[in-house]
Design a protein around this ligand. Structure first.
Ligand SMILES: NC(=O)c1ccc[n+]([C@@H]2O[C@H](COP(=O)([O-])OP(=O)(O)OC[C@H]3O[C@@H](n4cnc5c(N)ncnc54)[C@H](O)[C@@H]3O)[C@@H](O)[C@H]2O)c1
Length: 360
């Protein structure tokens, strides 16, 4: 029997679309790229020509009306309105992280997804990274976990980006629309912070959400957010949490202009230390390294494991295909994305309380 290919539309043709999604959607036999949409018409034309895509749109509503699609890949910053309309049109959804900007939006998306029986997967690509999966399982099974640190000090990707790939920047996006998008994003974050400065959660929501998601994946929901400090107008954050079996988790997230990539999970157990070291995600096929330190005789040994050169972005696309075709729940389903936003809200609530979480 011939394998079904999913007919795909993509909304948002910016950095991440050009660096990761369009090349893999084009390469994988599981998908047919049918239509592209961006508010920048020049970007739509360039990308449609580059990837040989017939459908070109500057309005996603027109795309939903005119095209016969199975699924929509959403790569904009504000996803809610697009996701709700696409789910109501019966399309499966693969959307870039974060799911949205607050819990109210998450609920709107959830209702549309449930009522229309479509699959929604969040592009938390690190959850499909083979090196991460090995390290995660080692940590989940490690004896006597005491402390686990999640460090992400690497927002300087734009500094290395030009050497990796020349991304086409849209110069014809109407200023009013740009302002409207930014305003909506800001207002949604104000709601997340209970009326406080949205800049205080932006770094955590846009970049640190990867680490919040991995923390939950490895440790489960934290029992308590003990402490949170945010400084440099939201550019840096440190949070301390109590997780399963009384272990402590520390989250360190910061915006830097460093060219180097600095994202690592380190777990300290009774008998071993396990580190998961992530590479710059735009370096294609660069493996995530897992380093284990443990006792050996009277000394100790350090081993580094490389599991695979496979790409997390490619693997998440294969997982999405499997979930849609075989009606499975994605590992990064809507409940997971919602739980990430809920934890971000808890972390911020701890900050608001002068460091400590409010206990309901
Ligand atoms: N997984 C990762 O590591 C990773 C890395 C970077 C970005 N992201 C996520 O990807 C998403 C996009 O980020 P980016 O860096 O590519 O942003 P970007 O600003 O470079 O691109 C967004 C594109 O969407 C277009 N757009 C905005 N609103 C639109 C609308 N209503 N209709 C059609 N087009 C619209 C813009 O014109 C722009 O071209 C964000 O959710 C971000 O968090 C994920």
């Amino acid at each position: 029997m011939e394998k079904k290919t999913l007919r795909i539309g993509v909304v948002g043709l910016g950095q991440i679309a050009q660096m990761e999604w369009l090349p893999y959607l084009h390469e994988l036999g599981e998908y047919t790229l049918c239509a592209l949409c961006d508010v920048s018409s020049s970007l739509v034309k360039q990308m449609a020509k580059l990837w040989n895509v017939p459908g070109m749109y500057t309005d996603w509503r027109e795309m939903l009306k005119n095209e016969r699609l199975d699924a929509l890949v959403v790569l904009t910053i504000n996803h809610t309105e697009i996701c709700v309309a696409a789910a109501e049109a019966g399309l499966h959804l693969l959307i870039e992280k974060p799911l949205c900007d607050n819990l109210e939006q998450a609920e709107l998306i959830r209702q549309a997804v449930v009522e229309n029986h479509v699959t929604l997967m969040i592009g938390e690509m690190k959850r499909y990274d083979p090196g991460y999966l090995l390290g995660r399982n080692l940590i989940r099974n490690m004896k006597g976990l005491k402390l686990i640190r999640f460090r992400d000090y690497c927002d300087g990707l734009r500094r290395s980006q030009d050497e990796i790939m020349q991304v086409q920047i849209a110069s014809d996006v109407p200023e009013l629309l740009r302002e409207k998008n930014a305003r909506e994003h800001r207002e949604a974050m104000i709601q997340l912070t209970g009326g406080r400065d949205p800049a205080l959660v932006e770094t955590l929501l846009m970049g640190g959400v990867h680490d919040v998601d991995l923390l939950r994946d490895i440790c489960g929901e934290p029992e308590k957010v003990d402490y949170c400090d945010i400084w440099n107008h939201g550019a840096d954050l440190l949070a301390h949490m109590t997780v399963k079996n009384g272990a402590r988790a520390v989250l360190e997230v910061g915006k830097t202009q460093h060219k180097w990539f600095d994202e690592e999970i380190i777990a300290y157990g009774e008998e071993a230390t396990v580190s998961i070291r992530f590479p710059n995600p735009y370096l294609k096929n660069a493996p995530t390294r897992v380093v284990i330190k443990e006792h050996s005789g009277t000394g100790y040994q350090e081993r580094e494991l490389t599991v695979s050169y496979d790409e997390a972005f490619r693997r998440e696309l294969l997982h999405f295909y499997d979930c849609v075709v075989n009606k499975k729940l994605p590992d990064t389903c809507i409940e997971e994305g919602t739980a990430d936003i809920r934890l971000i809200q808890r972390i911020f609530s701890a900050y608001r309380q002068g460091g400590k979480e409010e206990i309901e």
